[in-house]
Structure formats: C-alpha cells, structure tokens
Design a protein around this ligand. Structure first.
Ligand SMILES: Cc1cc2nc3c(=O)[nH]c(=O)nc-3n(C[C@H](O)[C@H](O)[C@H](O)COP(=O)(O)O)c2cc1C
Length: 344
C-alpha cells in the first residue's frame, strides 16, 4: 500500500511524538482563576462527574480527540486509546478516515476502536473540504459504518491545508455543503477545528446548517501550522508555517464567544488543555465536554495503562477543583460563577 496520504500521516505521528509542536502562547485559561471556597460545604465524595452528551451517558466529561488511524503505528495507538476510553467510560473520536475510504486495507486500524470498545460513544472523522471534492452522504456513511460510529466529526483546517503542500483549500460555499449532509445522515454531524478555534460567526453558520455540536479546538495547544512547517521541503512554505505557528483564537476565548452566541448548542473545548484544573475552567466557562489529543499521544504509543494514568490524573484534578469551589456536579460548576479574572 503506497500513498502520499499514508506517508503524511506517518510523518505527522513522528513529528508529534518527537518534536516541539505546541504553541508558545497559552490557550487563554491562564487569565482565569477559581474563587477558592474555604467552606465548600460538601465532601470530595459528593462530587459527581457523570454527564451526558448527545444522548449518551459518560462517566467523565472527556473525549479523546481525533488523532490517528490508517498507519501501522496508529493501530496500536487506537487500540490503547479505545481500551482506556472503555475502562474510564469516556467518548473517543478517530483520526481522519479518508485514507481508509481510498485504501480499504487501512480500515482495520479504525475499526479496532469499535472492537475494543463496543459500548462507548465513538465518532468518525473526515475533512469538511472533501464535500467540495465529490464526497456526499455516501462516503460519510461509509466512514460511520466502518466504526459503527455514534456520529461524525467534520474537521475544518484552512490554516493547516494552506501550509501543507497540495492542501485542500477550497472552502467556497462549504457551510452550505455541510448543511446538505447534516440533513441526509441518520447520525449527528459535529464540526471541529484542529487548533485555531471557531469564531462566533463560524459557530452561527454551522448551527444554522444543523450541526449537532461544535468542538472549538482553539489555539494554545498543538500547532498544525508548526507541524506542517517542520515537514515542509521548501523554505518559503517553512517560513509561512512558522509565521502562523501561534495563529488562532485561544481556546478559552473561542469557547466563551461561541457559548454566548449559542447558549444551547453542545460545545466541546479542546486545544491546549493539559491538566484537570484547566479542564475544570473549560467546563465552568460553558463546555459540555473537554477534548484531549496531544497529551494522550505519547502515552497511547506505550500502553493502555499509560493512557489511563493520564486520564485519571485529569479526573483527580477536576474532582479536587470542584470540591474546592463547592460544586457538586458539572451543572453547579457551570452555574456557580466560580471563576474570576486573574489579577494582572
Ligand atoms: C497526532 C495528531 C493527529 C491529529 N489528527 C487529526 C485528524 O485526523 N482529524 C482531526 O479532526 N483532528 C486531528 N488532530 C487535531 C486534534 O483532534 C485536536 O483538535 C488538536 O490537536 C488540539 O488539541 P490538543 O492541543 O490537545 O492536541 C490531530 C492531533 C494530533 C496531535
């Protein structure tokens, strides 16, 4: 099986595992601080982290964000991620399945997720620009069926595709194309960025087209502009990628703006969330779930137990933060006005 897509996926994994691919700037949560309650009036064991998302129950408000599949190393990574998601009762999304639609033999590295975790919410993933290149509900349905997905993420990545050689940058009338498929599939369509954030204008366009949820995937974590710069073979492309390495709406800002624009739409916060206190801030600012990608990649390259260790740390920190502000559940965390601006 020879494909430039497969080669590119392999390079992405290598670079993310071994190079410095995160932005210099923060994800915006550093501008907020929790108001500590010395009298929380609850005990830590009163804190309930269970939640529901698009009609499915989760033990923790976490989703493993789209990362991989289609390459050999991706099979083990997905197996470890899915095993941990199952044990902890959280949701998981796979990486872009375009490679497996072209090369059916690549499907097993995605399908392994459903084999390992038959009961958790699992989400398919494809690039939205494929809708401008001939994809219809047929291809989207095939991606969903490949992993018996509960829904499908369409990713928007205009910056990454602009730096990548021969990237798909035709975003003409894409919101309309998205609207055509949200009505034509029997599963929810979710839309995400890949680390540059969603503005309130984009969020409104997407909501008007019937998307079921948005993952803002903001700036402050993994930089796809930097990753493509590291892969670039010509100097101009590398320079352009580095110039935009920190581009985007910080995750906290994107989340706050999208929540104000769309008070009811399920929102996921991802991009630069690196500990449970930051996850707690995202949930307090209106996220329904928190998404993690890069912090799980190195662990997933090792073992399921290593992934579980990272997720358990996040859960411990989230639980303690909730105890210390006296929030019994995620609803109280969100409604309680527990965050204040960090002093300058
Ligand atoms: C190795 C790797 C591969 C990724 N592949 C995809 C992908 O195929 N599709 C997608 O929508 N996002 C992809 N992403 C983006 C993540 O889902 C996420 O939006 C982004 O990395 C921000 O989260 P983070 O800062 O926690 O890494 C990938 C991220 C990583 C680290």
């Amino acid at each position: 099986m020879k494909s430039t897509t497969i080669e590119r996926k392999r390079e992405h994994l290598e670079i993310c595992l071994h190079d410095k691919v995160e932005m210099e700037r923060g994800a915006g949560f550093e501008h907020y601080r929790f108001l500590h309650e010395a009298l929380p009036e609850i005990a830590p064991e009163d804190v309930e982290l269970r939640t529901s998302f698009l009609g499915r129950e989760l033990a923790l408000p976490f989703i493993i964000s789209s990362m991989t599949g289609g390459v050999e190393r991706g099979l083990a990574i997905n197996r470890h991620l899915a095993g941990a998601a199952k044990t902890l009762g959280i949701a998981m999304a796979v990486g872009s399945q375009r490679v497996a639609l072209r090369h059916p033999e690549a499907a097993k590295s995605f399908a392994v997720v459903r084999e390992v975790a038959p009961d958790i919410p699992v989400y398919a993933n494809l690039g939205a620009t494929q809708l401008n290149r001939g994809y219809s509900v047929l291809e989207l349905g095939r991606a969903i069926d490949m992993i018996e997905a509960d829904g499908l993420f369409l990713h928007l990545n205009p910056l990454q595709e602009s730096i990548q050689e021969r990237g798909n940058t035709d975003y003409r009338n894409l919101s309309e194309r998205i609207g055509e498929v949200t009505g034509g599939l029997d599963r929810p369509v979710l839309v995400k960025e890949v680390g540059a954030g969603i503005s309130p204008r984009t969020a409104r366009l997407l909501a008007d087209q019937g998307v079921a949820a948005i993952d803002v995937s903001g700036a402050g974590g993994t930089s796809w502009s930097k990753i493509e710069a590291l892969r670039a073979e010509d100097a101009e492309r590398r320079e352009l990628g580095l110039a935009f390495a920190d581009w985007g709406i910080p995750t906290a800002q994107s989340l706050v703006l999208c929540r104000a624009e769309l008070p009811q739409l399920p929102l996921i916060a991802s991009g630069g969330i690196r500990d449970g206190i930051t996850a707690a801030k995202a949930l307090a600012l209106g996220a329904d779930l928190v998404g993690l990608a890069l912090p799980l990649l190195g662990a997933a390259d090792q073992s399921q137990a290593a992934v579980e260790q990272v997720l358990k740390r996040f859960a411990r920190e989230l639980r303690l933060a909730m105890f210390l502000v006296g929030a019994r559940d995620l609803e109280e965390l969100r409604r309680g006005h527990h965050l204040v601006a960090e002093l300058p």
